[in-house]
Write a protein that binds this ligand. Structure first.
Ligand SMILES: Nc1ncnc2c1ncn2[C@@H]1O[C@H](COP(=O)(O)OP(=O)(O)OP(=O)(O)O)[C@@H](O)[C@H]1O
Ligand SMILES: [Mg+2]
Length: 231
């Protein structure tokens, strides 16, 4: 039986050109992508093929040169900065290769921060931070600063932070890229745990074939496009 699921994200005909002087780089050459509620999609492809460019656009951090992008059925390419900021805060969580935690804040304070910044507070910030960090096995690290944590622990804090406002979508750009195999596996376990327990849709850019193996779908990007069979 085919299950009908809501679309959390839909991009059509996305292109991106970077210009510097006379030089034009076609980083994306017409990408169509749909992400459904609660699925894990892996994006693979060689260096420079456009994966990070696409993630930046999907997350509303960057704008496409052409194409349309709908998040929760709402077109965001025309959206003003205030509404876009709300979408980024409440609807989309980001996880990058470098964990980007605030160095002066504890793990729990880092996780609570996006809730404090949100206009519609769904959760009590401290309680939510403790719950999420505990669910990722970090209950003994709540009051440690990032410099006191291993890379794998920092990335799990970053995932907890990305999930703080319970977004339907997590965008992860090489989340295990800076980690050894064991820490990488624990980070991947945390992402699949989010899919299972919170029904979060997760898009993961990765060079690791083992990550792609665990995903529900894999899209292969070459030279700014997905391979035809990929979508
Ligand atoms: N801000 C920018 N200005 C100019 N060119 C850019 C910019 N960002 C990316 N590019 C170019 O766009 C292309 C796609 O880059 P992108 O970072 O999306 O690749 P990637 O698939 O994420 O690679 P990697 O696997 O190395 O992270 C590359 O040719 C890159 O040099
Ligand atoms: Mg990249």
């Amino acid at each position: 039986m085919v299950e009908q699921r809501a679309q959390v994200l839909r991009g059509e005909g996305l292109t991106k050109q970077f210009r510097s002087g006379d030089l034009v780089v076609d980083a994306l050459r017409g990408v169509d992508i749909t992400v459904n509620q609660g699925e894990v999609v892996a994006i693979i492809g060689p260096s420079g093929s456009g994966k990070s460019t696409l993630m930046g656009i999907l997350g509303g951090l960057d704008t496409p040169t052409q194409g349309s992008l709908q998040v929760a059925g709402v077109e965001i390419t025309e959206m003003g900065e205030n509404r876009l900021a709300d979408i980024r805060n409440g609807y989309i969580g980001f996880v990058f290769q470098q964990f980007n935690l605030m160095p002066t804040l504890t793990a729990a304070e880092n996780v609570a921060l996006p809730i404090q910044f949100s206009r519609k507070k769904k959760f009590a910030p401290k309680r939510r931070a403790v719950d999420l960090l505990s669910s990722f096995g970090l209950q003994d690290r709540l009051n440690n600063r990032p410099s006191q944590l291993s890379g794998g622990e920092q990335q799990r804090v970053a995932i907890a932070r990305a999930l703080a406002n319970d977004p339907p979508l997590l965008l992860c750009d090489e989340p295990t890229g800076a980690l050894d195999t064991e820490n990488g596996d624990r980070v991947m376990d945390a992402l699949f745990q989010a899919q299972r327990e919170l029904k979060t849709a997760v898009v993961i850019v990765t060079h690791d074939p083992r990550v792609a193996e665990r995903a529900n779908r894999t899209l292969a990007m070459t030279d700014g496009r997905f391979a035809p069979a990929g979508n």
